[in-house]
Design a protein around this ligand. Structure first.
Ligand SMILES: *Cc1c(COP(=O)(O)O)cnc(C)c1O
Length: 348
């Protein structure tokens, strides 16, 4: 979801942005109007996330998936190997891509339990000579979220924050690089945000395509070529909206309450179940199952009638998955919980 207030604002500004006589979609990305939109969005994101000055913020295209290749290309430098923590579908994709460029040390792997836990710090088999450590703080499909930030010493920590960025405050200084596709918790699809510590720039291997080299975009304020202007603009409106809500501390309070309510409803009865270990339960993506999977279709059909959309679990895991990103109002969770209770009663 996007906040309704953001969509309404985009609607109000659709034909004529701020008296310019143009829609944002019609602007040159190098014109002064668009430059002001772009730089305000970056400033607001820096404020919202308290991004330190020695980090660049890049507004890229190609999604989080392109970063799976760009990360080894940019960050290996003289090193031959990188550490990856494998906690689910998105980690696996990042690992498969990295293997094309370097030797990958799997520092931990929870596939043995069906990706329902996160490894503890003590379980991580980190290589002190790795170029970086990559992990997925929130596995969107499995609904598995780290309840701590791994300690990696001098080795830069790289996080695919696609589905949990902006859900709560995060200490950016703990990371070498954070990246996130915009479409989960930021704004419209088409934009990918990379937040990278400046000392990690400039080490890209010679074969790195210009467009995959983070230095290219850092040196050109993400305007080396035409960026995803409209997605960048709407994302900027979302950053303003988060500020109005009281920032990430306030988002965290609401998000935690939403997640707690939903897990409480799942745990309250054997009719529903959650496959995920309690300490690893995501605040953003809540998978759940019906004890009798034959009822899944009826559950989903009734949910759709009540306006509860996109609840079917990922095709790889089945069951249900409620994605309750920042813009999902608490009433949305209340409506789902009410339907879960009603459906259970109707079956007994
Ligand atoms: C959705 C998602 C991706 C893929 O994002 P694209 O922008 O579609 O490439 C990668 N990682 C995580 C954790 C995701 O949730």
């Amino acid at each position: 979801m996007l906040p309704t207030a953001v969509i309404e604002r985009a609607q109000a500004e659709m034909l004529d942005w701020n008296g310019s006589g143009m829609s944002v979609m019609e602007m040159s990305h190098r014109g002064k109007e668009y430059m002001s939109i772009a730089s305000k969005a970056e400033k607001d994101l820096r404020d919202v996330m308290s991004i330190p000055d020695n980090y660049k913020v890049l507004f890229l295209q190609g999604g989080a998936s392109s970063q799976f290749a760009a990360i080894p290309l940019n960050l290996l430098g003289e090193k031959k190997s990188a550490d990856y923590i494998n906690t689910g579908m998105w980690s696996k994709k990042a690992i498969a891509e990295a293997k094309r460029y370097c030797s990958v040390n799997i520092a931990a792997d929870t596939s043995g339990n069906g990706f329902t836990t996160v490894p503890t710090q003590a379980e991580l088999k980190l290589n002190p000579d790795a170029a970086y450590v990559h992990y997925t703080p929130n596995e969107t499909i499995g609904g598995v979220e780290f309840d701590y930030i791994p300690e990696t010493g001098d080795v830069p920590l790289i996080a695919d924050l696609s589905s949990t960025i902006l859900s709560r405050p995060i200490d950016v200084s703990r990371f070498g690089m954070i990246y996130a596709g915009a479409q989960k918790n930021i704004g419209p699809a088409g934009l990918c945000i990379v937040i990278i510590r400046e000392d990690l720039l400039g080490k890209a291997s010679d074969i790195t395509p210009t467009m995959f080299n983070y230095a290219t975009h850092a040196e050109n304020d993400s305007m080396y070529n035409t960026p995803a202007t409209y997605s960048w603009y709407v994302s900027g409106l979302v950053f303003e909206w988060i500020k109005e809500q009281g920032g990430l501390e306030a988002m965290a309070v609401v998000n935690k309450r939403k997640a707690d309510k939903l897990y409480a409803a799942i745990d309250a009865t054997d009719f529903y179940g959650s496959p995920v270990a309690i300490n690893a339960r995501s605040w953003m993506n809540v998978p759940f199952t019906l004890a009798n999977a034959d009822l899944d279709a009826a559950f989903l059909a009734g949910a759709a009638e009540r306006g509860l959309a996109t609840l079917k679990g990922h095709r790889s895991v089945g069951g249900m998955r409620a994605s309750i990103y920042n813009a999902m109002p608490e009433e949305g969770v209340d409506a789902l919980v009410a339907w879960m209770q009603e459906f259970e009663s109707s079956q007994s």
